[in-house]
Design a protein around this ligand. Sequence first.
Ligand SMILES: [Zn+2]
Length: 134
Amino acid sequence: MKRKLRRYKFGYVLGTMLAFIGLLIIVMIISRALPEINSSSTPLQAFWDFLWAEELGLFLGVRIQFSFLFILAGAILVLAGAVFAFSKQWFFLPGKNMKLQCPFCKKYWTSTYDRGQVVCPHCRHLIHPKLTTA
Ligand SMILES: [Zn+2]
């Protein structure tokens, strides 16, 4: 249970970080494109033209086209969404309903179970239940 929870938190942090980076790139692109958008009567067209015409100088003369950055940001956001979705799945995985059997009274019941001892609802013994596929 503990390990699953940590995994969930890690996925949550990773997803948040990726979403933050993706949004940061998009905000950066839009802020760079803003003068052109403002001076145009067709803002979307101006933004589109900007994406394909302008490049961002990185380091040592390396230049990257804004359209590529925009696609990259989109990919990062999609990845962030996927990480969030998977983290949620990890989180709910231990809460799966299992059919348990008491080794004393041999009765069955269905409960969420991870590991360790539970109290049998029929005979009140503290037991390690037998797991059967529900
Ligand atoms: Zn029992």
